[in-house]
Ligand binder design. Structure first.
Ligand SMILES: Nc1ncnc2c1ncn2[C@@H]1O[C@H](COP(=O)(O)OP(=O)(O)OP(=O)(O)O)[C@@H](O)[C@H]1O
Ligand SMILES: [Mg+2]
Length: 373
């Protein structure tokens, strides 16, 4: 987008000299307060709205010079509440664009069935009508329909705003997974900064009046907000949220203060250290059971019901420093429990060790490519 402006007939400047490069095969999120011009920007990309000034190029081609039908077919479009055709079944909703493109019914429905699987919809829903689905399921149908003709570009306008936070998180995870598989160029509009930071490869923060405040990867936004508006928009716990971009994998783990539920008196004694007032007890399968003071542990048959809760463990190899810190803060002993992908304990780490890791992480740059989830 090169110096794109949209002035509506009544004089409202919805978008003001917007210039930015939307990267290929990545998710670009437009975020900002209500009325700042997000929807207008998105709709100018597929020419549902024509810009007043400036140029929009896709792969070097001016959108204003493309036949509008060709342009729209190369872009899937998803809106809030999915915008499904109420009188058509789920499968026929998804098959809409392939049918418009002249595919025969069988092939279009096969494609629709394949996409239902891809977006996590049970095949048994195929013959239902939209009103017979939950909001989250309808939203998935909307995504499947937009993907049906395999367009290189996906435009999404607040697609997940109408569902509750848990369903919303599921839809976001699903979108990230689909994106990993399909590598679409996605332009996503939201007014939710947490959603933007979670799913955006790059985030464009817009301010009222249709002006771009900052365009950067999420980690950079959290590290260096361009001005007070962006900082304010990011919210109060920006420091904590930034920790999502640092891996926990570098944290040094202690393996000494860990015993199995059938530990002998010698093992308990050997694993008790002056630095750690507690021992983490694991089951025979290596999974955490809870914390106990060494003197309260009965050798040979530790009673799991008398242990302190271990809290939610973090995965050392894949989680972020934010997850590790959260575990330590919630742990009754102040120690976080690290596990492997199989759920078996790989060690424990103290709050103060995590704090040291955070201090050295702040000195380094975050991984701006992708949040550690
Ligand atoms: N057809 C129109 N005529 C006049 N003004 C319009 C028109 N459509 C939108 N606007 C104005 O343009 C500005 C940007 O609108 P837009 O819908 O792009 O905002 P938005 O960022 O998507 O907001 P929201 O988060 O509420 O969806 C607003 O001030 C809006 O009132
Ligand atoms: Mg809007």
């Amino acid at each position: 987008m090169d110096s794109v402006t949209k002035r509506y007939p009544d004089g409202t400047v919805a978008v003001d000299r917007l210039s930015l490069d939307i990267p290929d095969r990545a998710i670009t999120v437009f975020v900002g307060p209500s009325g700042c011009g997000k929807t207008t920007t998105l709709r100018m990309i597929n020419r549902m709205i024509e810009p007043s000034e400036g140029t929009i190029l896709i792969d070097g081609k001016d959108v204003l010079k493309e036949p509008v039908n060709t342009l729209r077919r190369s872009m899937g479009y998803v809106i809030q509440n999915a915008g499904l055709f109420q009188h058509r079944t789920i499968i026929d909703n998804i098959a809409t664009v392939p049918r418009l493109l002249g595919w025969d019914k069988g092939r279009a429905r096969d494609r629709a069935r394949e996409l239902m699987g891809r977006v996590g919809l049970d095949p048994s829903l195929a013959k239902r009508y939209p009103y017979q689905l939950s909001g989250g399921q309808q939203q998935r149908v909307g995504v499947a329909r937009a993907l049906a003709a395999d367009p290189p570009v996906l435009l999404m306008d607040e697609p997940f705003s109408a569902v509750d936070p848990i369903v919303r998180k599921g839809l976001q995870d699903e979108l990230l997974r689909i994106q990993e598989e399909l590598g679409k160029t996605i332009v996503f509009v939201t007014h939710d900064i947490d959603e933007a930071v979670k799913i955006g490869t790059k985030v464009a923060v817009m301010r009222t009046g249709g002006r771009l405040a900052q365009f950067a990867p999420p980690a950079e936004l959290l590290t260096d907000p361009a001005d007070a508006f962006v900082e304010d928009f990011l919210g109060a716990d920006r420091g904590i949220r930034r920790l999502s971009f640092f891996p926990a994998a570098g944290l040094p783990l202690l393996t000494t203060p860990v015993v199995a539920v059938d530990a002998t008196a010698e093992q308990i004694a050997a694993r008790t250290t002056p630095d750690v007032p507690y021992l983490l007890v694991t089951g025979l399968d290596g999974r955490p059971l809870g914390w106990g003071e060494p003197r309260n542990l009965t050798a040979g048959r530790i009673d799991p019901t008398r242990l302190l809760a271990h809290g939610r463990p973090f995965e050392h190899a894949t989680d972020s420093l934010r997850a590790a810190l959260d575990c330590a803060v919630l742990s009754p002993t102040g120690w976080a429990v690290a596990v492997g992908a199989d759920g078996r304990v790989t060690g424990v780490v103290a709050q103060h060790t995590i704090a040291e890791a955070i201090r050295s992480a702040h000195a380094a740059r975050p991984d701006t490519e992708k949040a550690v989830r």
